[in-house]
Write a protein of this length. Structure first.
Length: 375
């Protein structure tokens, strides 16, 4: 006890001999340290109290850890600052407290927005085959969440900046001279605002959704992610195409899954005029019915074009999704070629020579042992 008394006496003597601002500064630092300690102890207690089964509570606790730490510091400052004399530092300390309070409010709002958006999205699964309604909701939730986060971040930063007197004077001057300066600021912010507004339009009208199959700039792929200012398209060969959000509002593109994931695939064969169309049509129906990729809706075969030496035969088959449609087209194409090679090899495309082209009225001189006359 005597040792502790001597230490306390020594500290008191040193504080009395120190400048006047040292004691209040130590009080502020101790208050911040006490706030951090209270936060650490409280977080550990809550982490043990909330059970592992309470997934929502534990998720919210993890997300609230940093904002709660800042709230503990702000609460400690709010308790200490009115009770200490800062000798000219009162204005700076009050300003710091106000800035921390604004940041805490904005951070908390962003935290709550992300938490409730993810809770809502968690109820909708995208890994099922018929996920059109889920993709609609998840797209809206994610795009709106990012837009709200950006807006809250802008307002929080603006609130912090407006606490400085110099920024207030600059803003008043900017509004007073709302000519060239306003035009420069508007032009500088145009790309960000354009994509932000485009994101809101996409969330509401939904020309694209997550996992939509699209063709952009002659590239085929899936919409992998929609961010606040751009869209990531996962191409068929695993490349990623990054496209600004405004592109899907201002330019045309193809969306293969706008209303439904089902799609009709096209298969072409270029064959000889001797191909039996009726048998080929029956074979196409047989192949489609035997394939698990066919959805049972569309199967059709038509002669779509005729050329001098060949005809174009088009087959139509439908599938539940565009990847299945691609696989079904390849399967039908391969099996039909195999059937034609085995059953009707004469129907495969070929070039006729002069020996093969002969009028029906021309006598066959070869049957009489005479050599044909070449033109």
């Amino acid at each position: 006890m005597e040792t502790l008394d001597r230490i306390a006496t020594g500290i008191s003597t040193q504080l009395e001999a120190a400048p006047d601002f040292v004691s209040p500064l130590l009080a502020v630092l101790l208050a911040c340290a006490a706030g951090l300690a209270v936060h650490w102890i409280g977080y550990r207690i809550l982490d043990r109290v909330i059970s592992e089964k309470n997934i929502t509570g534990r998720s919210l606790l993890r997300r609230a850890r940093r904002p709660l730490r800042l709230a503990a510091v702000v609460a400690a400052l709010a308790w200490v600052l009115p009770n200490v004399r800062l000798y000219g530092w009162q204005d700076g300390a009050a300003h710091l407290f106000l800035v921390l309070l604004i940041i805490l409010v904005g951070w908390t709002l962003i935290l709550l927005t992300n938490h409730f958006a993810e809770r809502a999205v968690r109820r909708h699964r995208l890994d099922v085959e018929d996920n059109l309604s889920a993709r609609k909701f998840v797209t809206q939730a994610r795009v709106l969440r990012r837009a709200v986060t950006i807006i809250l971040g802008i307002f929080t930063a603006a609130g912090v900046l407006l606490t400085f007197e110099s920024v207030q004077k600059y803003g008043a001057g900017l509004f007073a001279s709302a000519g060239a300066a306003g035009l420069v600021v508007g032009l500088a912010a145009r790309p960000v605002l354009t994509n932000l507004i485009a994101g809101l339009q996409i969330a509401i009208t939904q020309p694209i959704r997550l996992e939509d199959v699209v063709i952009v700039e002659d590239e085929w792929g899936w919409v992998e992610e929609i961010f606040a200012t751009y869209v990531v398209v996962r191409l068929w060969d695993w490349r990623r195409m990054v496209v600004p959000l405004s592109y899907f509002i201002e330019k045309p593109f193809q969306n293969w899954t706008r209303e439904s994931a089902s799609i009709i695939g096209t298969v072409f064969w270029y064959l000889d005029y001797t191909v039996p169309i009726g048998q080929m049509r029956a074979k196409l129906e047989e192949l489609a019915k035997a394939s698990p990729l066919w959805d049972g809706q569309v199967v059709n075969l038509q002669v779509s074009e005729t050329e001098k030496d060949s005809i174009a035969v088009r087959g139509l088959v439908s599938a539940r999704t565009s990847p299945q449609a691609w696989d079904l087209r390849c399967e039908i194409r391969e099996k039909m070629i195999d059937w034609l090679q085995k059953e009707h090899p004469q129907a495969l495309p070929r070039l006729r020579g002069n020996m093969e082209i002969r009028s029906r009225d021309e006598p066959d001189m070869s049957s009489k042992g005479e050599a044909p006359v070449m033109p």
